[in-house]
Design a binder for this molecule. Structure first.
Ligand SMILES: [Zn+2]
Length: 498
């Protein structure tokens, strides 16, 4: 049996490769590896360890022929390859071409190869964008309002939609959350990206290892035709209760290892207060119940991490003030840091993350969710936290009617234009958005996956949710958690900014 894998040298990819090769049934794991130093090194390592079972194709998802060579004869295709932040923030063209064009190539290649391979596409929590503690719990079907200037999130949004609307026969989309991985501390203290995380944003993490185990378990449970319901669905991947924190708690756990804490290392106004994308998943247990892949929590991860990287504990002998300058302050000058945007007068960038609010300069004036009395009750999931999706969700999929679709469309400020016969959730029907754009999309893509108009609601380099939310109650239900009604910005990503 041939299984194909992209992104094998990434954080999740390395664990996936290892995990899949524990399955004896897989005689060949074929990986597509970029011709750069880091990727080729990983490929050589895998060849040394696993020999002929690992077949390396040197190439790039951006080239169609390479994708075709990768998937030829494969029964499963795991598509993990992506250019992620911070790289995606600095190399926008590369991110878009890899994340969007690469996925288009993969889908087309599988179809050309007979459309028999099962594709597992790794999507991302970044699709949701713009979430905060006002709606701390979320689920698949929630609105997709990617954050302004997030080329990664939008390229992944467009990639996912392409797949959902394609003729691919057997697929599953898994929206991956923030990954806890081996090198994460070092990677995070080398870019201004870390200032994009608001202190109070709810985050549900998952470890790279558990993610790799999930990929294996999916294979084992489905290879003989089991778990049929798993396919043609979208899932949120998260580590569950033990992986739910706020942005502040996560930073604090990480900096404890070098003898610090957030309050000793950061000024509170260095970080964004909005325009970020995580939340706690009310539906991440769906994958756990099917595949039982979880064995780690944030706590166990950091324990493992500190044993593995004892060197960081040496930081504890240095004065906090020195570490603050050495480790954090120098990053304020990075072109991905808000302090840099302020200095350069990039007003839209600054407004996107602060709005009309000026964050407090002192910790004692900062309202930290994780230290508040309300935290415990917010952390307990209750269905009243769910955002409405604009139709009767209790109805089984096959019983949804044209009237249900029309109701959902109206909740999005638009209308259902074509006919719909119950039971055809994956067949495209015609819709119209509030701006009059007509488009064809499956009811699954709209009602179940949360996508909407491809012309105005799927940003490429222009984010206008301020305007769209005025006519779209579905968007408004999240947008005004962190934006004011009077805001009328259109955020445009230009090449000169970076
Ligand atoms: Zn539109």
């Amino acid at each position: 049996m041939i299984v194909a894998l992209t992104g094998a040298s990434g954080n999740m990819g390395k664990e996936t490769l290892k995990s899949l090769l524990e399955c004896e049934e897989i005689t060949t794991l074929r990986i597509l590896v970029k011709q750069d130093k880091k990727s080729l090194k990983e490929a050589r390592k895998a060849k040394r360890k696993y020999g002929a079972r690992v077949e390396v194709i040197e190439g790039d998802v951006r080239r169609y022929e390479d994708c075709l060579a990768l998937v030829r004869g494969a029964e499963y295709v795991y598509h993990l390859a992506a250019v992620i932040p911070p790289r995606a923030d600095h190399f926008i063209e590369e991110a878009v071409a890899t994340n969007y064009d690469g996925t288009v190539n993969m889908v087309r290649a599988i179809i050309e190869d007979g459309n028999t391979a099962k594709m597992i596409h790794i999507s991302t929590v970044a699709l949701y964008g713009n979430r905060d503690e006002k709606h701390p719990w979320g689920r698949v079907g929630d609105p997709l309002l990617t954050s302004a200037f997030d080329a990664y999130g939008t390229s992944k949004l467009r990639a996912e939609r392409y797949l959902l609307e394609s003729d691919l026969k057997t697929w599953a989309v898994i929206r991956q959350t923030g990954i806890l991985y081996d090198n994460m501390l070092m990677n995070n203290i080398s870019d201004g990206l870390m200032f994009h995380t608001p202190w109070n944003v709810p985050i549900e993490w998952v470890t790279a290892k558990d993610s790799g185990v999930l990929m294996k378990k999916i294979f084992l449970a489905t290879k003989d035709g089991g778990e049929k319901d798993f396919w043609k669905q979208v899932y949120n991947l998260g580590g569950g209760a033990g992986c739910r924190q706020t942005g502040y708690e996560t930073f604090d756990d990480g900096f404890k290892l070098i003898g610090g804490s957030v309050k000793r290392f950061f000024d509170p106004d260095w970080n964004a207060v909005r325009n970020f994308h995580c939340f706690w998943f009310s539906d991440s247990d769906v994958l756990e119940e099917k595949f039982h892949f979880r064995s780690e929590t944030c706590e166990s991860f950091w324990k493992w991490f500190s044993r593995r990287h004892k060197i960081y504990s040496l930081g504890a002998i240095l004065p906090a003030r020195l570490l603050k300058s050495l480790v954090i302050k120098r990053l304020l000058k990075n072109s991905n840091a808000p302090e840099y945007w302020k200095k350069k007068g990039l007003e839209d960038r600054v407004f996107a993350i602060y709005g009309n609010k000026t964050p407090a300069k002192k910790w004692e004036d900062t309202d930290l969710l994780c230290e508040s009395e309300r935290y415990a009750s917010i952390k307990r999931y209750d269905p009243s936290f769910d955002l409405p999706h604009g139709y009767d969700e209790k109805k089984p999929d096959r019983e949804l009617t044209a009237a249900d679709l029309a109701e959902a469309a109206a909740f999005r400020g638009g209308s259902l234009e074509g006919d719909y016969k119950a039971g055809n959730l994956y067949q495209k029907v015609k819709w119209r958005c509030a701006r009059g754009h007509e488009f064809f999309s499956s009811p699954f893509t709209v009602l179940k996956a949360g996508h909407w108009c491809p012309e105005c609601s799927m940003p490429d380099r222009k984010w206008e949710f301020d305007l769209l939310a005025k006519e779209n109650p579905f968007f408004a239900s999240v947008w005004y958690d962190s934006h004011e009604k009077g805001e009328d910005r259109v955020y445009v990503l230009t090449d000169e900014e970076k």
